[in-house]
Design a protein around this ligand. Structure first.
Ligand code: ADP
Length: 395
């Protein structure tokens, strides 16, 4: 049987996993699944490609470590004859050092732990995933794949905040996130439209977390998320662009504590905060509440603004790509953005948009607009295969 590669994406309330066979140029998905509802009502869900999907409840006291053990027990029980040859981990922050995936050893793990203050809500869970996997498979290579890596190498003007220069040197920079998704889309676009893929492309990754990335020659030039995953677009519950003076006001004049402020900005803002209805775009689109419509209008407004800004950064736009939950499925958001950018030469094909086709721009559109599903797990698997030297080409 082919080498198996497991990918793990450990978050605050879920641990997602996927199983790939490393028997082709691009990893072949066999199983995807997750332990979800950690801390509340945990359940184990698996979906076998061309096979059965199943779900079962787990003990309510289950923690992250046990969730990871549950996943690896399932893999070993389900594929007793197979060898897990490498495990790939999604790691949110690679700091200044990591601009590519890396095989994890004790030194790397220590460095990833040192980056926890830069991503306190995500990095600890990613590290728990690595430690759990190392315990289950101590002799199997573990590969860290970073959300920040694809954005390393930005020009100073796209990387810096206008604070005293010593802060830049200290590493307080615009790191950017969603890098695995952007890298995957960049590679896909080379197949879908190789000519435009070499030019100036903006990718709109619109999910619960949302950001834009400007590419040139397939490489990231600039992105809307910065030092943290709060900057840029408004998101499900995160605020996006905000005046730092407002934060000072909340701290000094309203007496907010840092942890209250963090909760406000990460959990109570964005689409949820504006609408008072939900963080979920499907619920907002179905709602008759005026504030739900206002939240949607705000979301579209900010996307248009940031696309215009990024277009200036890359000196013109050759293609626009929508991806992630909202980008792949919301006819209304895509129409709002594309219709609002008519001045830039974009024109929508309404029927293609309603059908979520791969190309949704009209024939007369100066710039093609694509809907391209992202696949961060496949990107992690591919990096893991390469880093662990399992690639078909490497043999
Ligand atoms: P995450 O950042 O958690 O990975 P996803 O990429 O799964 O998020 O995107 C989740 C978002 O996609 C939610 O706001 C959800 O409402 C939205 N979404 C999913 N399906 C649709 C749909 N058919 N129409 C509009 N929005 C959708």
């Amino acid at each position: 049987m082919a080498d198996l590669v497991v990918t793990l994406n450990a978050g605050s309330s879920s641990v997602k996993f996927a199983l790939f066979a490393a028997d082709a140029e691009w990893p072949r998905l066999m199983v995807s699944g997750a332990v979800e509802g950690l801390g509340a009502r945990p359940r184990f869900r698996v979906e076998i490609v061309d096979g059965k999907a199943s779900e079962r409840k787990l003990d309510a006291t289950l923690g992250h470590g046990q969730a990871i053990a549950e996943i690896f027990n399932w893999v070993e029980d389900s594929y007793p004859a197979a060898t897990v040859s490498a495990i790939g981990h999604r790691v949110v922050h690679g700091g200044l050092r990591y601009s590519a995936p890396v095989i994890i050893d004790a030194e790397t793990l220590a460095e990833l732990k040192a980056l926890i203050p830069l991503a306190p809500l995500h990095q600890p869970h990613n590290i728990a995933g690595i430690e759990g996997a190392c315990e289950a498979f101590p002799h199997v290579p573990q590969v860290a794949c970073f959300d920040t890596a694809f954005h390393r190498g930005h020009a100073f003007v796209d990387d810096a905040y206008a604070l005293p220069y010593s802060y830049y040197e200290q590493g307080l920079r615009r790191f950017g996130f969603h890098g695995l998704s952007y890298e995957y889309i960049s590679r896909r676009l080379r197949i879908i439209d190789p000519i435009h893929a070499e030019g100036g492309v903006i990718v709109a990754h619109l999910g619960n977390g949302a950001s834009l990335c400007a590419l040139k020659g397939g490489r990231s030039i600039a992105t809307t998320m910065g030092f943290s995953a709060l900057e840029g677009l408004p998101m499900g519950t995160r605020c996006g662009e905000i005046d730092p003076g407002l934060l000072l006001y909340l701290l000094h004049s309203e007496g907010m504590t840092p942890s209250e402020l963090s909760h406000l900005l990460y959990e109570r803002s964005g689409l949820l905060g504006l609408s008072g209805v939900s963080h979920d775009m499907r619920v907002l689109e179905a709602s008759k509440e005026p504030r739900a419509a206002a939240a949607i209008a705000y979301f579209i407004h900010r996307i248009k603004m940031e696309i215009a800004a990024l277009t200036a950064v890359i000196g013109g736009l050759d293609a626009l790509v929508f991806t992630a939950g909202i980008g792949e499925r919301s006819t209304r958001i895509r129409a709002g953005v594309v219709d609002g950018l008519g001045w830039l030469g974009l024109a929508l094909d309404k029927t293609a948009n309603a059908r979520h086709e791969s190309l949704i721009s009209a024939p007369q559109s100066r710039i093609p607009v694509f809907v391209t599903p992202t696949d961060e797990e496949a990107m992690i698997a591919r990096h893991t295969i390469e880093a662990a030297g399992l690639s078909v080409a490497a043999r």
